[in-house]
Design a protein around this ligand. Structure first.
Ligand code: GRF
Length: 214
């Protein structure tokens, strides 16, 4: 059975969705850079081993990343899953886990990399927004895309309502992407995502919707 390590920094709702999905994988550990991350208690309540590598205890990114890698390697993970992990990782760290580390980002990449994606989507006036699972490469939020889910942006949306609609889809596509990876149905080959036995998407999401009579 494939072993995965999940990295979090806070709430951990994506981590919880992964735990609840009962995937045919072993969740070897949940690691946080924040000692107070709420997700740590959730992981413990699922009897998942947890660890904290507190970034503030390190003088620079290199030493933090080296300590993080040492902790990750204790669990002999096949896949590293970033789930709301709010640290920018060094190139050396990312290259070490290339093709074995994935992230979920709350926008339809390549739109809205970085922070405050929902507010920026509202300001930009996009009618579709969403989330993206991608392989982690040295560029921020720019690795090869594995899966995306789109949701409509509604006329009365606030940052919170839009974030909630996107988050519900994050909780669906992240466990599914992990399943594909662990079953060998998705992999990274020469900077390209290769699929095996993964169905093509059907249907079109139009936003706002057409009138019913059209
Ligand atoms: C999610 O929106 C995720 O896309 C982003 O950070 C948020 C983490 O939420 N990277 P949670 O900790 O999984 O609840």
């Amino acid at each position: 059975m494939k072993r995965i390590v999940i990295l979090i920094s806070g709430r951990g709702s994506n981590m919880e969705a992964i735990l609840n999905a009962r995937l045919p994988v072993q969740i070897a550990a949940v690691i946080s850079n924040e000692p107070t991350a709420k997700g740590l208690a959730t992981a413990q309540s699922h009897n998942i081993p947890t660890a904290v590598v507190p970034h503030r205890a390190f003088t620079d990114r290199e030493t933090f990343d080296a300590a993080l890698a040492m902790e990750i390697n204790r669990y002999q993970a096949n896949l590293i899953v970033l789930a709301g992990f709010m640290r920018v990782l060094t190139e050396e760290f990312v290259v070490r886990y290339l093709g074995r580390m994935i992230n979920i980002h709350p926008s339809l990449l390549p739109s809205f990399t970085g922070l405050h994606t929902h507010q920026r989507a509202l300001e930009a006036g996009v009618r579709l927004h969403g989330c993206t699972v991608h392989f982690v490469t040295p560029g921020l939020d720019s690795g090869p895309i594995i899966a995306q889910a789109a949701v409509p942006v509604l006329a009365d949306d606030t940052e919170d309502t839009l974030a909630g609609r996107v988050l519900a889809e994050e909780h669906r596509i992240y466990p599914q992407a992990i399943r594909w990876l662990c079953e060998g149905r998705v992999k990274l080959a020469d900077d390209t995502v290769v699929y095996a036995d993964v169905a093509t998407a059907r249907g079109t999401l139009i936003s706002p919707a057409f009138d019913d009579h059209l």
